[in-house]
Design a protein around this ligand. Structure first.
Ligand SMILES: [Zn+2]
Length: 240
């Protein structure tokens, strides 16, 4: 994967050679930064073009910076797909966490405030394993495709990935996105089981499965920074 050094950080990107493109273009996708370039443009010129868009990249720096999250407090409402969870925190010598989605409660027992966030994350990761498992099974059946594994991760600049061997991975943070956005990322990555590129054929397949996915892409593009710091004090930005 090519990468560019910017403000002391290494930012990997997906490079796509496009016979119809005359300029270098950049976009943020669920897979991270994507650079589209003319067929024969030398790599050092692509690198220079990406650097020249430093301002644009830094405007999306939330996706690149380590997130500084707000403290979590007792009674706070946390986004959970299209629902919410009321966070209950009590002190206990040993940390534990319980997520009851049907009751809309996330109960954390923690020895101190620093222990709360990792426990909340643990509960979200566990919920993500279940939810992405169900969604991937459903789409595998619908699309007639197979995957080899599902990993739940926390990558800073991408929300999902699909390897050539059919290994899918998703960010647990998508459990805090609107449900349709998380589902779009599933569709996007599973469409890579058929097309390992972002070709017109790939996007046609995505459109068939998720006709209004522009709404989801715009939300991820505009609010990926919020998602990478969530859960925090600010409410989830709405879909537009
Ligand atoms: Zn992709």
């Amino acid at each position: 994967m090519p990468e560019v050094m910017l403000a002391g950080r290494t930012i990997p990107y997906v490079l796509v050679r496009n016979p119809r493109s005359r300029h270098v273009r950049m976009s943020l996708t669920p897979d991270g930064l994507r650079v589209s370039a003319p067929m024969r443009l030398p790599e050092h010129e692509i690198d220079r073009a990406v650097r020249s868009k430093e301002r644009w990249l830094l405007r999306h720096h939330e996706l690149l910076e380590p997130a500084v999250p707000d403290p979590l407090i007792d009674g706070q409402m946390l986004p959970f797909l299209d629902g919410e969870l009321e966070l209950g925190i009590r002190q206990a010598a040993r940390g534990s966490v319980r997520l009851r989605a049907e009751e809309g409660r996330l109960a954390v027992a923690a020895p101190d405030t620093d222990a709360v966030r990792p426990l909340v994350e643990r509960a979200y990761r566990q919920a993500a394993r279940g939810w992405f498992g169900l969604m991937c099974d459903m789409y595998a059946q619908r699309m007639g495709v197979q995957f080899t594994s599902i990993g739940i991760r926390d990558p800073r600049t991408r929300w999902g990935s699909c390897s050539a061997r059919g290994a899918l991975s998703f960010s647990w943070r998508l459990m805090m996105a609107p449900e349709r956005v998380a589902e779009y990322v599933v569709v996007h990555e599973m469409a890579h089981l058929v097309h390992l590129d972002h070709s017109p054929a790939f996007w046609n397949l995505v459109r068939r499965l998720s006709p209004d996915h522009d709404i989801d892409r715009v939300w991820l593009r505009d609010h990926g920074g919020w998602l990478s710091r969530a859960p925090g004090a600010s409410a989830r930005p709405p879909l537009t």
